[in-house]
Design a protein around this ligand. Sequence first.
Ligand SMILES: [Zn+2]
Ligand SMILES: [Zn+2]
Length: 389
Amino acid sequence: MSILAVIMTNIYQQIEQEVQTRKSLLLDLSHRIHAHPELRFEEHQAAEWLCETLTEQGFEVQKGFGTLETAFKASYGPYKAGKPTVAMLCEYDALEGLGHACGHNVIATMGLGAGLALAPLMSELDGNLVVIGTPGEEGGGGKAILIEDGAFKDVDAALMIHPMNENRSSCSLLARVAWEVKYSGVPAHAAASPHLGVNALDAVRLSFNGMDALRQQVTSDVRMHAVINHGGDVANIIPHEASLKVYIRAATREYLYESVVPRMRAVYEGAAIMTGTTVEFVEIAKPYEDMIINQPLASSFAKHAERLGRKLADDEEPVGFGSSDIGNVSHIVPSLQGLLQIDAVALPHTHEFEAAAKSPQGDKAVLDGATILASVAADVFNNPSLLKS
Ligand SMILES: [Zn+2]
Ligand SMILES: [Zn+2]
């Protein structure tokens, strides 16, 4: 064993101990956030709890970052100039009607736990440590906003783990745009003078048909899914205002923007022409980018996950896990989003996954995740060849 390997093995053991020492603190926090779900950009309580804990543990915490009240950035110890900065990313938003069915309470406490475990070791490690609270992942694009506000300017690697139904060292993401498509027509009495109305709901209905026809003519990675946002008010008035909300996704931003988006626009514009309505497109969230997988970070994740006894999925990764604003981060900073199993079957955005996020397996993922993230960061700090690659 080389001297570096001996030193690192010792550091990994210390990290494990530091995480175990904080077991009840981390699990209590995970359960509290789980029991108090807050939607995108309203995560005041979760941000408060996370910031409070970081402050108590000696971090310098900036609560609220740029334009986002529920974001935060916490750093530990004096800044070492010329040394790499590793950021642990915490998500903590929940889903409409489903609580923490994406397990972001687990993400938050893994990131926080990694920060807390590394802090006492920073005097031995050659770098800088920050924990960034990134709100509004579910449709809000919090990280895209944080990028614009400069939160990642001084960051050399961004690390996070998402709970899942399997263990994986990386996860591809789809590029995504999110629109509200609004149709405007002319109201009229639906029985007495329907011939004088221009029906915006018809435009919405026809656009769903258009989407279904287009579905066959795109590559299999493409996802398009919409809900009717407003379908009119009462049955006896021809609906003069109607709208839908749609997400459009593809494996690469090139195919998304050059092929899919223009045809989707044509579908909506076509529905407007057919009905005589006018159509307006409103971007309802920042576009999400596809994920650039950083292989050295993924390999480090795999090494540590296996060390903790986790078996990694070795089949080819399924395309179409979804989209996330960590994709945007990966386009400016080497990034990791590993996956840790919290249930063998359940997938995110289901009642079963919500239950798994506070189960014994969910708790184990919190502790394993904190250990893995901190160990990957230690590799970045003290292994110059990893940092270089
Ligand atoms: Zn989700
Ligand atoms: Zn999620």
